[in-house]
Write a protein that binds this ligand. Structure first.
Ligand code: AMP
Length: 228
């Protein structure tokens, strides 16, 4: 739905570590059969149908990349957590590692527009650049502007998978909005418009949240210093 593009843009600006669970699954899917674990093979089947991969498999994969959360530039988790169980696992892990979240961004878009965006999306088989048949068409139909690779439709962007993805979102992911609102971390950002417009709305919100958090930490440190 464009969150990967936003994560990439934020990443270029902030020099943070970008961990996309969807990208990790897709990269694993292109490996040879002998390099894939049974859990990974099972994960691809869920993914292609548009269903959520089971929490245990997702968490195993995030935990293996736990050092990413210690990156000096910070980290961007893209597409994770997507269920309450994943959110609790993340919280427990971060508490243990003395890490914190600055914000959780929820990109808002009516479902009819989500369907139009996902079903028109095309991805370069070679370099993974993303296009849209109507909003961001390539110069030559079906070919990537950057590397001339073939543009394909992701299996989970087919209409039948998109329907399943939206249902999974409503059932499992939407409840996290309340969870993170209650935690004081939620940033609601409209996903209408071009990637650049969305980015221009996201960055100031995030920067202001980072500044507030920094000021609070300075204030707490000063209070501690006075008390000792
Ligand atoms: P994405 O690229 O983030 O849209 O993810 C593509 C697909 O990968 C999703 O539709 C799911 O099948 C799977 N996936 C990615 N992240 C998660 C997650 N946190 N929990 C469960 N499934 C996930």
């Amino acid at each position: 739905m464009g969150k990967g593009t936003q994560a990439d843009l934020l990443n270029q600006r902030l020099l943070a570590c970008h961990l996309s669970t969807g990208d990790v699954f897709r990269a694993a899917a292109t490996r040879g059969d002998d390099e894939q674990t049974p859990a990974m093979r099972e994960a691809f089947a869920y993914m292609h149908r548009g269903e959520l991969v089971p929490d245990g498999t997702v968490w195993e994969m995030v935990r293996e990349r736990g050092e990413c959360l210690h990156c000096a530039g910070g980290f961007i988790l893209d597409g994770f957590p997507r269920t309450a169980t994943q959110a609790v696992s993340l919280k427990q892990f971060m508490d243990k590692e003395r890490l914190g979240l600055t914000a959780v961004i929820n990109y808002e878009l009516p479902s009819s527009e989500i369907v139009a965006r996902l079903s028109g999306r095309r991805t370069c088989r070679k370099c993974k650049a993303v296009y849209h048949v109507a909003e961001r068409p390539p110069k030559v139909e079906g070919r990537c502007d950057r590397c001339d690779g073939e543009l394909i439709q992701r299996e989970d962007d087919r209409p039948e998978s998109v329907k399943v993805r939206l249902e999974a979102y409503e059932r499992s992911t939407a409840p996290l909005i309340e969870f993170y609102r209650n935690a004081g971390l939620l940033l609601q950002v409209s996903a209408a418009g071009t990637p650049e417009e969305i980015f221009d709305r996201t960055l100031p919100e995030l920067e202001s949240r980072r500044l507030t958090l920094f000021a609070e930490q300075m204030w707490a440190a000063e209070e501690n210093r006075r008390d000792t």
